[in-house]
Design a protein. Structure first.
Length: 281
């Protein structure tokens, strides 16, 4: 219940959510029940977020600049009912957790992609200290863990995959293992805390560089209770209990219909042909 929340502030955030904004955020992720500052509630908040707010990069294809302004991100995610990528989703989720009383820090990660590690700050995740324990939460990575993870190398199964975090000195490595596959590195990180401004260079790079995978592919993805739904360029992919189905989208009407039906997202009424090409049509 909102009236039981004691609002907290952190100097890393210029904007702090008020009770009405917290209520609107919780409604956005369809979260019901009391907010207690414990691990159980943290798991439910994390799960509700990833199941209702998709990971997506449409603004890059549409030529709309993505900023690190929490106010702009909050309006986009909560009131415009959009998704976003890591800098948007994890920054807003961290603000929600902070406002609900959790102790949070923004961490930098380097993503393992195409057999190499990205630079520092090419991913943002959240460190939460709760009930005397440290956990990471991440609602902005796409196909990854569904519940917060303790910093332990003991494998934890979540739906169709196992996860573990290995440590070597100050560096932590998040690994994922799906059935019949080897352990795969997702990203590496340290526990050094950063302000959101530290991610500005990589945020700009990922949405403008021709070498960025975000400028090469339009993506929208959200987990379900039994699998995942993904819109990748002109392909709609749905996995249900391990069975993968794929549908090729051939026109703008189909694209908008699938986006609305499966991700609850509406794009602008006018989109140029150049932008449609970037979206995959």
């Amino acid at each position: 219940m909102i009236n039981k929340i004691k609002l907290t502030k952190n100097r890393a955030y210029i904007m702090h959510l008020n009770k009405n904004e917290i209520k609107d955020y919780l409604n956005r992720i369809h979260f019901n029940g009391e907010i207690n500052v414990d691990i159980s509630t943290l798991k439910r908040l994390h799960g509700a977020h990833i199941e209702n707010i998709p990971f997506e990069n449409f603004d890059i294809s549409l030529g709309k600049k993505i900023t690190l302004s929490l106010r702009s991100q909050f309006n986009k995610v909560v009131y415009q009912k959009r998704g976003g990528f890591c800098y948007e989703l994890n920054n807003t989720f961290a603000a929600l957790l902070l406002a609900c009383g959790y102790s949070v820090k923004l961490l930098s990660a380097s993503v393992f992609f195409r057999n190499t590690y990205g630079p520092k700050f090419d991913h943002l995740l959240i460190l939460v200290e709760c009930e005397g324990k440290l956990l990471i939460t991440d609602v902005g990575f796409g196909n990854s863990f569904r519940e917060p993870l303790f910093l332990t190398s003991i494998p934890v199964k979540q739906l169709d995959a196992f996860y573990k975090i290995e440590r070597k000195g100050p560096q932590y490595t998040l690994l994922q293992k799906k059935e019949g596959m080897m352990w795969q590195v997702q990203y590496i990180f340290t526990l050094e805390c950063h302000k959101i401004d530290a991610f500005s260079h990589m945020c700009e790079y990922l949405q403008t560089s021709a070498e960025s995978h975000f400028t090469q592919e339009s993506i929208c993805s959200i987990p379900t209770k039994s699998g995942r739904k993904t819109l990748s360029n002109n392909r709609y992919i749905e996995t249900i209990n391990g069975k993968r189905n794929e549908f090729i989208i051939t026109n703008e009407e189909q694209y908008r219909k699938i986006l609305k039906q499966h991700f609850s997202i509406s794009l602008p009424s006018y989109i140029s042909q150049e932008c449609w090409k970037k979206l995959g049509l």
